[in-house]
Design a protein around this ligand. Structure first.
Ligand SMILES: Nc1ncnc2c1ncn2[C@@H]1O[C@H](COP(=O)(O)OP(=O)(O)OP(=O)(O)O)[C@@H](O)[C@H]1O
Ligand SMILES: [Mg+2]
Length: 415
């Protein structure tokens, strides 16, 4: 029932697992991590060759497990390096997690580490050029060597705010990518529902792990999305867990840079509802940065990123980015990405009408088919452009700007 090659892959997986075990017994964690990674890669290849959905699912579970183990070993090793050579560390960092409970919690935290930033760079983000430069400067400052006796700080904690879909998450990813940082992706609502009653404790643990992972010189970025969800509930009963989590985050952010050593743990918050944040929270963030709707030049660039940069051909005689940008006033990056996807998939459907019948013929037939494309024309966009309704209302847009002005004038409105 297996395609040729499947047996060889299965044997390779077994070999990698045995190798990992042998390496683990002699304490070679880095090498064992690599064996698990290979086992994962083989399992992914094997999955392509399996038709039975049940079997594929089971293999997927195993593959994920190999990957998780590889990652955990890799990180454990980085943390161990810190343990062997303790710099003048914070006292609470010296806790060594030996008991099972702490190990389980640590595993949960490692699951928050997100690899996504690796695929996102500054040029995946359209517009925002001055901000990109500013971010590079201040994060560079936070990382660069200081002359003896000089104490200048770069940005440690910043908060992005603005309408949904404008590139806040992308920016955080790009920063993490360029700094080669470990990226902890924390969605407030998920943490609270997943770790009921423990979210405060786990946040402290998260920062501890984040600090530990900086022992090899790589920074850690803790990205806290939906920050407003933690604040709205202040003073309300029944939202105790949010409050515990918020308190833990604020006390970690307040943090302490130990003397002569840079604090390489940085927090980036993001919110669509900055007016729900109160003064106590805001004062913890050195910078609040509005990520507004893209202007016309930025929209043109976003179109380019989601079409040409993805290899989708354009008919330059009828279509240009400037005109597209003009016709898409007040659209967010996310809406533009969606629009490009819709237009592209219509073109692909038109050019490849045989796909459904090939699927009926079986996997081999569809795998042998190469997708045909044609350049996109102005007419492809027209039906979609005609019925555009921007997600962000004028009032909402004005609300962000008003709030920003009020904060910079020293008046933090609390609604
Ligand atoms: N400036 C941009 N350049 C290119 N693509 C963008 C841009 N802004 C948004 N996008 C597209 O929209 C998607 C969503 O962007 P992102 O996740 O950064 O939004 P966000 O501001 O974090 O939104 P939310 O507030 O809803 O979390 C991206 O994956 C990308 O495809
Ligand atoms: Mg986001």
């Amino acid at each position: 029932m297996y395609a040729p090659g499947a047996d060889a892959l299965k044997k390779s997986i077994d070999r990698m697992l045995t190798e990992a075990n042998t390496r683990l017994t002699v304490g070679k964690t880095v090498e064992a991590s690599r064996s698990y990674e290979k086992a994962w890669q083989f399992a992914e290849q094997l999955m392509e060759l399996i038709d039975d959905p049940e079997e594929r699912r089971a293999l997927q579970v195993r593959a994920n497990e190999f990957r998780q183990r590889s990652r955990a070993l890799h990180l454990t090793n980085r943390m161990d390096m810190g343990r062997i050579k303790p710099t003048e560390n914070h006292e609470q960092d010296d806790k060594v997690y030996t008991d099972e409970e702490a190990d389980a919690q640590e595993q949960q935290i490692l699951l928050l580490i997100d690899d996504r930033p690796r695929s996102i760079d500054w040029n995946s983000i359209g517009g925002l050029d001055p901000l990109k430069e500013e971010l590079k400067f201040h994060y560079g400052l936070a990382m660069a060597k200081l002359p003896e006796g000089v104490d200048i700080e770069g940005w440690q904690n910043i908060m992005f705010y603005g309408p949904p879909g404008t590139g806040k998450t992308l920016l955080a990813c790009a920063i993490a990518n360029r700094l080669n940082a470990t990226f902890f992706n924390v969605k407030s609502s998920q943490i609270v529902s997943k770790w009921v009653g423990e979210s405060g404790k786990l946040i402290s643990m998260l920062y501890r792990v984040a600090r530990k992972l900086t022992n090899d010189g790589r920074p850690s970025i803790v990205f806290i999305d939906e920050f407003d969800a933690l604040c709205k509930s202040r003073g309300q009963e029944g939202q105790l867990y949010h409050q515990q989590m918020l308190a833990a985050i604020l006390s970690e952010i307040d943090g302490f840079a130990s003397k002569g050593r840079r604090n390489l743990v940085m927090t980036i918050g993001a919110t669509n509802r900055p007016w729900d944040l109160d003064a106590a929270v805001l004062s913890r963030f050195e910078r609040r940065i509005l990520i507004a709707l893209p202007d016309s030049a930025a929209r043109a660039e976003i179109f380019r990123i989601h079409l040409e940069a993805k290899g989708i051909p354009i008919d330059a005689r009828t279509l240009n980015y400037k005109r597209l940008a003009k016709a898409t006033e007040r659209l967010t990056g996310r809406e533009i990405a969606r629009l490009c996807k819709e237009v592209t998939s219509r073109m692909v459907a038109e050019m490849n009408p045989e796909i459904p019948s090939l699927v009926d013929k079986g996997l081999a037939a569809i795998q042998a088919h190469t997708i045909k494309l044609r350049p996109l024309r102005r007419a492809d966009f027209e039906p979609v452009l005609d019925r555009l309704v921007p997600d962000t209302s004028l009032e909402t847009e004005a609300h962000y700007a008003d709030w920003g002005r009020a904060v910079s004038d020293g008046r933090v409105p609390s609604e």
